[in-house]
Design a protein around this ligand. Structure first.
Ligand code: PMP
Length: 344
């Protein structure tokens, strides 16, 4: 008998097929059944592994990427981490232009994965030469044998979720999903997943989560880009100050806006009540569900799937820091949530 070693060839084989986990205590008072697609189980700890592998392997198939090529991207951190991870294993250079709003943990993590990181100011217009979009474009022009992933405008971003996240959720729910709630940044996750689910059952309701300070919800409702909607906010990876081509607004039924403060508290609540250590936007997504539940969106037969995009370890100096929460005015140091001193 052959003594086979039961091992994966590399961590790349572990991308996707993330678990769907029932939400218990955190959803106890809601009407309906709630399940989280926990994307932190990807080897790079976020849903962005799916797009990194898909876009890079598509470029390889087209002969655009060769050994030693450079991969360039703009990123709030997660996509960068995933691209850096795939680049290491496949032997590419990785250059990332990130927003100064990204947490220090994320930037340090990118550097530890071998990426070269350029930190660009967060609150400048997309067309400003200092913006991370413009910096990435310039680096792409200046670097020989480079590709620019451009996740906001790359249809393969959406395609990755159409091919993987959508079918996984359909199978995991046995086709019984009634609602999908997902954060929208590039819109790749929600658009690709929704396109697949709506093909199986056009009645699945697709709800996007947007931030106050972002243009997405208003654009969906009016078809107009309203610059007056734009102002700084703290959640990373959710909402946008431009209209991403990777978002298919037609498959989204409606958007819900959430605040920085409520999303931060809800992220902490998920960790405390479900034992799932999730990122800021997971809190935003569940916050949207709280609001939808209060509006009577669900009934007892609703099977609601919410996407939890990444892991809480990326937010130790933000949402999971009592000091940061206090500095934002999100709670006072005497609140029950803050650290309790133990007396010996
Ligand atoms: N949450 C986090 C933490 C993210 O980094 C992103 C990606 N920007 C999203 C949610 C939104 O995903 P998408 O870009 O596919 O809309």
């Amino acid at each position: 008998m052959e003594n086979k070693i039961n091992a994966h060839n590399s961590v790349l084989e572990l991308i996707g097929n993330t678990p769907l986990v029932k939400l218990n205590r955190v959803a106890e008072s809601f009407t309906g059944n709630f399940y989280a697609k926990v994307e932190a189980f990807n080897p790079g700890h976020s849903s962005k592994d799916r797009i990194a592998i898909h876009i890079i392997e598509e470029a390889e198939r087209q002969g655009i990427l060769k050994p030693g090529s450079t991969i360039i991207e703009t990123t709030s951190g997660n996509t960068g981490f995933s691209i850096a991870m795939v680049s290491i294993i496949k032997g590419y250079e990785c250059i990332l232009a990130v927003s100064s709003k990204s947490s220090k943990d994320k930037i340090d993590m990118l550097r530890s994965m071998g990426a070269k990181v350029y930190v660009c100011p967060a609150h400048v217009a997309a067309e400003d030469p200092r913006s991370y979009y413009e910096v990435a474009k310039r680096l792409h022009k200046e670097t020989k044998d480079s590709i620019y992933i451009n996740q906001y405008f790359n249809k393969l971003n959406t395609d990755a979720h159409y091919r993987t996240t959508g079918p996984e959720i359909w199978k995991q729910t046995n086709g019984q999903i009634t609602h999908l709630v997902a954060c929208s940044g590039t819109g790749g996750t929600i658009s690709g997943t929704a396109a697949y689910l709506k093909e199986q059952n056009p009645n699945v309701k697709i709800i996007g989560v947007d931030a106050f300070g972002s243009v997405l919800k208003k654009y969906h409702e009016t078809g107009e880009f309203d610059a007056n909607e734009i102002y700084p906010y703290r959640i990373e990876g959710l909402g946008k100050n431009l209209i991403p081509a990777s978002t298919n607004f037609d498959v989204i039924d409606k958007f819900v806006k959430v605040t920085d403060e409520e999303s931060a508290h809800t992220a902490r609540e998920i960790s405390r009540t479900e034992g799932m250590f999730v990122g800021y936007t997971s809190g935003a997504a569940l916050q949207a569900i709280k609001q939808l539940n209060a509006e009577g969106e669900f009934n007892k037969n609703s099977n609601v799937v919410v996407i939890f995009p990444d892991h809480g370890s990326r937010y130790m100096s933000k949402v999971y820091s009592d000091q940061w929460m206090t500095d934002q005015g999100f709670f006072d140091t005497n609140s029950v949530e803050s650290v309790q001193e133990v007396q010996f």
